[in-house]
Design a binder for this molecule. Structure first.
Ligand code: FES
Ligand code: MG
Length: 576
């Protein structure tokens, strides 16, 4: 099926005219050693590569991009590699979230300003997936998202180690004095053994699964481990397929329908997804003009159980096991008619096509609906006078005894203040204390850092406790766990009610009732509000200044207001 002719391609405007400007483009392309035969009659495919020396999760992209190029050439396209911000979760401070929208803007503008007809987006480490996808959706050129793939299972003293999750778990043991420094160093070197993104069901694994379920990746691609040769073959297939997509004019607006977004949400819930999924999926859907709300997560969460028995929601397995058990396609098969059959993928075919024949090799790893890991979806949305615009908890990854909890707040205004509390073995508190960190949201953090799994204080660790109710306007790593209430909106820094909470106020958490309240009277809250002094702005120049002017709250996906599709007239094509 050909919907487009060569003359209709975008790149023709750069290359095909008999005028001075086209001549300059051609001449400077020949400067790189190309002949006209390399581009004439061919779509130009951008390969947006988030490789860098600071990005261990994408270390293989330097090599893998060659496979994508091979695929593009095989299918008669002209591949052009365009490097983009690599957003390393590992090195970037205070948080990659501060820069997600920067990569989204970069992606959109790279595609807009170059003679590009279609794109392969290479990402996977947490924010890179939503950022690349958001930018490419806004540009609306045919694209395929190429997931980096999870790294190999971690290994320490004959045991599997899961990225993040086990680091957090054993660090508590180290703080409790149960692990020596030598043992710890062995873990440090054993937990990340190969390139690829985190191999727990953290933000990276859930966001690549979400992108695939939305129809934006080749079927099955998101579960392939980075170090498996199937990943190289998949990369070549991406290159081949995107060229066809250009001719078919298979743009993202034809793929990302409300049905596709619902499928992405359903699959996310069944994976036991990272809490970060909420923010990113809302932002991605809204770029596609689909007004996804927090309540949609609750709606789908109530009827979609967690089926992927992968840490941190599951207890045993990791992404490598998930792949061997059949991968994301097997999970989709288990979901049966919960997936909307009307949605299509980058293949141009229905997402559900072929699921009936998909093998499932291990039903302990990828559970059937009759034997879920957790009976509801992994995320629950809370509302109440502490979070009028919502907050999020991941009940599948916390002890059920906290689902209904009442206790006194212990409030820290900043991370250094929190650190003093948690590191003091004699700080006064009881097991029912609710530890609170504020000013850690989109503006306050800034960048809404992953501080939300507040460390369990030493005063409780020495009593043998490893979990407690914690509340913040921060996010937490998708590999984290515990009774952590996150994404409180509006955040304290902009004057959300969390700013009015005082140490000693009683907090009531009711997960089945979807409620989070502070038991403080309206009159008292009004009095505190009148006394509240807004904090000093974090930035007076540069990107941070622009960020604080335009960032939206967590319940709206933390996009910049001016990148919303309805913000203004769409960008026109250039005049020349
Ligand atoms: Fe890159 Fe976890 S650090 S995915
Ligand atoms: Mg992470």
């Amino acid at each position: 099926m050909t919907a487009k002719t060569y003359e209709q391609l975008r790149s023709v405007r750069w290359f095909a005219h008999d005028d001075w400007r086209s001549s300059a483009h051609r001449s400077r392309t020949m400067q790189m050693g190309y002949d006209p035969v390399d581009w004439e009659g061919k779509p130009i495919i951008a390969i947006i590569n988030t490789w860098s020396d600071a990005q261990p999760c994408h270390a293989h992209f330097k090599d893998r991009v060659q496979f994508v190029k091979r695929g593009v050439l095989q299918a008669g396209g002209f591949p052009v590699e365009l490097p983009a911000l690599s957003l390393s979760e590992n090195w970037v401070k205070p948080s990659t979230m501060l820069y997600r929208n920067m990569l989204a803007m970069e992606t959109e503008e790279l595609l807009r300003s170059h003679p590009i007809d279609g794109a392969v987006l290479m990402g996977g480490c947490d924010k890179t997936t939503p950022a690349l996808v958001m930018g490419a959706i806004s540009m609306n050129l045919p694209f395929i998202f190429l997931p980096a793939g999870p790294m190999l299972r971690g290994n320490y003293a004959g045991q599997y180690l899961g990225s993040g999750t086990d680091m957090f778990k054993y660090w508590d043991e180290r703080r409790a004095g149960n692990i020596t420094k030598e043992q710890w160093l062995d873990m440090e070197s054993g937990i990340a053994r190969s390139y690829g993104h985190c191999m727990t069901m953290g933000t990276a694994s859930t966001m690549t699964a979400v992108a695939e379920a939305m129809g934006l990746s080749l079927p099955g691609s998101s579960s392939i481990p980075a170090a498996d040769s199937a990943h190289q073959r998949m990369s070549t297939q991406c290159g081949r397929r995107v060229v066809e997509m250009v001719w078919e004019d298979l743009t993202p607006e034809k793929i990302i329908t409300p049905a596709a977004v619902d499928n992405a949400l359903t699959v996310a819930m069944a994976t036991g997804c990272s809490t970060n999924t909420i923010i990113h999926l809302i932002a991605m859907a809204r770029r596609a003009k689909i007004p996804l709300e927090l309540d949609d997560f609750d709606r789908i969460g109530r009827t979609t159980p967690v089926l992927a028995n992968i840490r941190p929601s599951g207890t045993t397995y990791l992404m490598e096991d998930f792949f061997y058990a059949g991968g994301i396609r097997a999970l989709m098969k288990q979901l049966g008619d919960k997936l909307d059959p009307s949605a299509i993928t980058v293949t141009g075919r229905p997402l559900v096509e072929g699921l009936a024949e998909t093998p499932i090799y291990n039903e302990d790893v990828i559970r059937p609906l009759s034997n879920p890991v957790y009976h509801e979806g992994s995320l629950t949305v809370l509302k109440g006078n502490l979070c009028p615009d919502g907050a999020v908890i991941k009940p599948a990854a916390c002890d059920p005894k906290f689902y209904r909890h009442r206790g006194p707040a212990l409030v820290a205004d900043s991370y250094p203040e929190l650190k003093k509390i948690v590191d003091d073995p004699d700080y006064p508190m009881t097991p029912d204390t609710v530890l609170v960190l504020r000013n850690a949201g989109p503006q306050g953090g800034p960048g809404m850092p992953e501080w939300g799994m507040l460390p369990v204080p030493k005063a409780l660790l020495k009593l043998g406790l490893r979990d407690m109710v914690r509340i913040s306007d921060a996010r937490m790593s998708g590999t984290s766990y515990g009774a952590c209430v996150l994404h409180v909106a509006p955040e304290a820094y902009v004057g959300g009610p969390l700013a009015l909470l005082k140490t000693g106020d009683i907090i009531e958490l009711d997960v089945p009732g979807r409620r989070l309240e502070m038991l403080v009277s309206e009159e008292e809250l009004a009095r505190r509000r009148a006394e509240w002094v807004p904090p000093e702005p974090r930035y007076e120049r540069g990107y941070g200044f622009m960020y604080t002017k335009h960032i939206e709250q967590a319940d709206k996906g933390c996009d910049f207001d001016f990148l919303r599709t309805e913000f203004g007239r769409p960008n026109d094509e250039p005049v020349i």
